[in-house]
Design a protein around this ligand. Sequence first.
Ligand code: PLP
Length: 425
Amino acid sequence: MDIFEACYSYRDPDLVKAAGLYPFFRALSSSEGPMVTVDGRQVVMLGSNNYLGLTHHPDVIRAAHAAIDRYGTGCTGSRFLNGNLDLHETLEAELAAFLDKPATLVFSSGFLANLGVVGLLGSAPDAVLFTDRKNHASLIDGARMARSRRVRVFEDLADLERQLQKQPRWENALVLTDGVFSMTGRVVDLQRLAALKRRFGFRLYLDDAHGFGVLGRQGRGTADSLGLSGDVDLMFATFSKALASVGGFVAGDKPVIEYLRHNVRTLIFSAALPPTSTAAALAALHVMQKDPGLFERMWENVAFFKRGVEALGYHTLGTRTPIVPLWIGSEGRAFQYCREAFDLGLFTTPAMYPAVPKGHAIIRTSVTPAHTKVHLQAALDILETLIKRHPLPRQDPDTIPPARETDIVECATKVLEDPDFANRL
Ligand SMILES: Cc1ncc(COP(=O)(O)O)c(C=O)c1O
């Protein structure tokens, strides 16, 4: 069989587009942060990870401009060889000081950091990796790359404890967890995890992509918010969310970071983070420390929006962060909601299996301090229209088991056969 057979016979997106339900790769022709232009229309952006709203902050923009003037547009090589800038090292030093960690290492993307670091650490001959089923794809793929091939997936911390009890020893074990789970906005029970760590003595890797810049003192993250930073052996975070840029880093002990710096293949064999992105992340880090009102505005907006959607009847899955998931259930209905929301002027993103369990599709929204009450009220008005058009089950989603759901392709087929099907979702 032609190895490209799957590509040439792939029709799913065409089918979903024909049914008018396709929500991916929408091209933004301009952005002001909370408002973006798509297909010539201005819509409220409620689907970003711009948690501090800093992508358009004047200091951040100025720093990116200045970096282009000083260093040019790219590093044209890996940090290992020709692409290392003093700016990368300044960012690393400032992150280490901010987090009170001995050292940090900056990568060109968060995905590359997780992939490379977890892949490398998990390649020690007797390494065992424990990874939460809800973890981000980059941790999962890092574990898949690990050459020890001993990867254990846990459902929750009770399951982790059961699995740990069966291990003959634990010093070779690395537990991987997200700090804030990206779909639900739920925060990991780090107190319980830290207690398990003290009991068993494994190493802990915390992916704080959605906690850094949001939780803790001035955004120092999930572990800081609980006073548990000392229990985390390696903390990871990205610049692509609260820090309004792109890139990622890990923070830990000096010997660990030094080993990673010389051995992680996704660092050594990939071009360095561009000057603009490095400078923007550094400037965002400064704004976080200078403007405490930023966090107040963020939490005030989160509380306003969350109260609003819950009053309309949406279930928000116990989020404690600016990620406000709206539980929809049926995958077809989630696509329909997204499309209609967009038609009414609201940019949101659907999330479905495998990001969430089958039959538990959500609309993932997030709120930033750059949104005004006018933006958020406009979003609430649209969501009110939608829930009236397509009422949702009132049951607590946590009590609903995963279902065998109609997937989006089946749903699109039905809509094409019977256009009224969409209205019955
Ligand atoms: C939990 C988590 N980890 C890692 C990443 C990867 O980060 P980046 O966007 O910097 O590649 C993301 C981004 O989606 C994420 O949500």
